[in-house]
Write a protein that binds this ligand. Structure first.
Ligand code: CIZ
Length: 302
């Protein structure tokens, strides 16, 4: 089938089945363009809980679709490619969390949304990069265990009054963005501001003018007085930034900052997934119930 035909078929099947397509900000451009909603994991989690559709096609990585399923257990949550995982989420198991809780008894565990459903079920509270500071600051504890991203953990410690004990995980895509990249881009575009994601290394965060989640970048771009912005995160976000702000210029800090897992989703796979209603996210009821408690805290904070 030609691309145009696939898109027509996706639209037809979506209507016939009462399905909704959600896409993460890091998805390929053409997937963002056919989606009903594009956003970060917090926005998409909220959306999945609020929409009435019986079928959600989640275009993103596995943990994001799991989060949608936990918040909407009665809906069928489909993923175009079940192998689209997140290396950061896969760095930590539920057993690791149980062990760390035993070792550091009495401390609460805050889990970044980039974790498996099983890890969320063992954690006290979840957060995203958009609300990590607010979630951590809302807790009465002085010391917090934060998993799995060490860079986001450091960023939260810098901006909250808490001592953070962090897991030593990282996102390989964000860690690959270097200070050298930032300096090179600043030389090319001296008027540009640098906006970095909190999953970036500390030296990149220090060199940045602003540290923002993808959802915050989307919200801030139209309000910012600057005309040129160097973006230090996965390059999928550039599509929406450019589309929604045609008068501004956005440059990737490193054009190789590409998450291969995010790009596993294709139009053909979305079509097949809608047609066959497979692959589907299936989670144990016990995991859903436990993880939901941690996620409910997350969706309270913007
Ligand atoms: O929360 C998300 O969706 C992720 C993984 C990054 C971001 O900043 O949007």
């Amino acid at each position: 089938m030609q691309i145009e035909e696939i898109i027509t078929e996706i639209k037809r099947l979506k209507q016939e089945k009462g399905a909704v397509i959600l896409a993460h900000n890091y998805q390929p451009d053409e997937i963002q363009d056919i989606a009903d909603f594009v956003g970060d994991s917090l926005e998409l989690s909220r959306k999945s809980a609020a929409i009435e559709a019986g079928i959600i096609v989640f275009c993103g990585v596995h943990f994001m679709a799991e989060t949608a399923k936990i918040l909407s257990p009665d809906k069928k949550v489909l993923v175009p490619d079940i192998t689209a995982g997140c290396p950061l989420a896969e760095e930590l198991t539920a057993e690791d969390v149980r062990e760390i809780k035993k070792r550091l008894k009495g401390r609460r565990v805050v889990a970044y949304v980039n974790t498996t459903a099983e890890v969320k079920a063992e954690s006290d509270v979840c957060c995203t990069s958009a609300n990590a500071i607010k979630v951590v600051s809302s807790l009465p504890d002085k010391e917090i265990i934060f998993v799995p991203d060490r860079n986001l953990a450091d960023f939260v410690e810098e901006r909250s009054q808490k001592k953070i004990i962090s897991w030593d995980g990282y996102c390989p895509i964000h860690e690959n963005i270097s200070l050298k990249d930032i300096k090179k881009m600043k030389k090319l575009y001296p008027e540009a501001e640098v906006w970095a994601h909190p999953e970036c290394r500390s030296e990149v965060r220090e060199a940045a003018d602003r540290i923002l989640s993808t959802g915050q970048m989307i919200k801030e771009a139209p309000n910012s007085a600057v005309k040129e912005i160097i973006i230090a995160t996965e390059i999928g976000i550039l599509h929406r930034l450019r589309k929604e702000n045609p008068e501004k210029k956005f440059y990737p800090a490193n054009e190789k900052a590409i998450c291969k897992n995010m790009k596993k989703v294709t139009l053909e796979k979305v079509y097949e997934c809608l047609k066959k209603e497979q692959p589907e996210i299936v989670l144990e009821e016990k995991i859903i119930q436990k993880a939901k408690e941690a996620i409910n805290q997350m969706v309270k904070y913007i």
